[in-house]
Design a protein around this ligand. Structure first.
Ligand SMILES: Cc1ncc(COP(=O)(O)O)c(C=O)c1O
Length: 377
């Protein structure tokens, strides 16, 4: 049988999952309480998300993909509409546009940080454009001043895809309130996890009210009535999804947020050490981390010369490295390859090296030494 990526005896893994001890007893308590549905824990989870990231409003959903789709639906994105997005991301960013029957229009990216290029966004705006999605790739935030300006000038809402960017900052402000709407993922390899989970945050109260309806059959669960016969409203005029988060999942999110600083601190130590030790190599180029952007080091991509050779070299030392994402337009579901020279270059030379809170200092020594050795050969 082929070896699975979760069966790696002794290898240094690319991904890790952080679960604080308190999660185990907290989930037991919820199971014993017999209230497993969306309830007090879900409300507390949302409150903690707002407090932790300084966000005015948020709703909780089952995953980041659902967050993106519900956001697009709430904005009225549908068949015939275009959404400008990045091709260099996990496909969920863009399948959510297809799920709404709309068309992703791919802008090119910047080589030095893998984020969407604001100049390329401008070139792709048409009268069919309904929204712009930007992904803070690897937790290194996008050029938000420029992107917000484009949004304002063209009256287009901006969705931050924060699946990589929980706890990242732009000019001192957390992601999640840098634009109109933001979508977070609490999937297993994220800095903290719900197993699977998602959050949609917004700075717009009207959007918030509508989002509450879109994530549960068109009904705001908090305004359900206590009528004897029928707690639902007399009429439902929004076609919503079944995207509520239950209290078991929310409990994992709460305990994760209670301990958020622990994995963040470890990732920062590792990220800074890589930046220190790997700067100035000849076959490896680091991303550009600008001083007004504070990354969370969700992942650590590098550009490398001879990517396949590099992967073989790292494999010799039992260090897992791989390509995280491919330019999405190479997948036929998106309708064929576009002319995106920078995305093409990145698609051939970007690779991830391990970063997560399970890595020890001696793991990092091994990784750094192996990369330096590759660079010398
Ligand atoms: C950039 C990006 N957007 C969206 C998602 C989807 O998140 P989820 O797996 O929670 O649905 C991911 C998943 O990791 C992602 O990397």
């Amino acid at each position: 049988m082929e070896k699975k990526d979760y069966d790696m005896e002794g290898e240094i893994r690319l991904w890790g999952t952080y679960v604080p001890d308190e999660a185990i007893t907290a989930v037991q308590d919820i199971l014993r309480s017999k209230w497993l549905n969306t309830g007090k824990q879900e409300a507390l989870f949302r409150k903690k998300v707002c407090e932790t990231f300084n966000i005015p409003y948020c709703v909780a959903v089952p995953n980041g993909t659902a967050a993106l789709r519900a956001s697009l639906a709430m904005l009225g994105v549908g068949p015939g509409d275009e959404v400008i997005s990045t091709p260099y991301t996990f496909m969920a960013t863009n399948t959510s546009i297809l799920e709404q029957g709309a068309t992703p229009v791919f802008a090119d990216i910047k080589y030095d940080d893998l984020n969407i290029d604001p100049e390329s966004i401008k070139e792709r705006i048409t009268d069919k454009t309904k929204a712009i999605i930007c992904v803070h790739y690897a937790g290194n935030t996008c050029d938000m001043d420029e992107i917000r300006k484009i949004g304002r000038e063209n009256n287009l809402p901006i969705i931050e895809d924060c699946a990589h960017a929980m706890g990242s900052k732009y000019k001192g402000q957390f992601t999640g309130s840098l634009a109109d709407i933001a979508c977070f993922s609490f999937q297993v390899v994220k800095i903290i996890t719900c197993g699977d989970g998602g959050v949609i945050s917004t700075t717009n109260e009207e959007y918030y009210k509508k989002l509450k309806q879109y994530i549960w059959y068109g009904v705001d669960r908090e305004t359900k009535q206590t009528r004897l016969l029928d707690p639902l409203p007399d009429d439902i005029d929004i076609l919503g999804f079944k995207y509520n988060m239950n209290d078991i999942v929310a409990t994992l999110g709460i305990t994760g947020l209670n301990n958020f600083d622990i994995p963040m601190k470890r990732r920062k130590e590792i990220g800074e050490r890589y930046r220190d030790e790997l700067a100035g190599l000849s076959k490896v180029t680091l991303m550009n981390y600008q001083p007004d952007k504070t990354p969370n080091y969700q992942i650590f991509p590098i550009h490398v010369e001879g990517r396949e050779e590099f992967a073989k070299h790292m494999q010799k030392y039992s260090i897992q490295v791989n390509v995280n994402n491919r330019r999405n337009d190479r997948y036929s579901i998106f309708g064929g390859k576009r002319d995106l020279p920078v995305a093409e270059r990145v698609d051939n030379d970007a690779i991830l090296i391990p970063i997560h809170s399970d890595l020890t200092d001696s793991h990092i020594d091994r990784i750094v030494e192996a990369i330096k050795e590759y660079d010398r050969t």
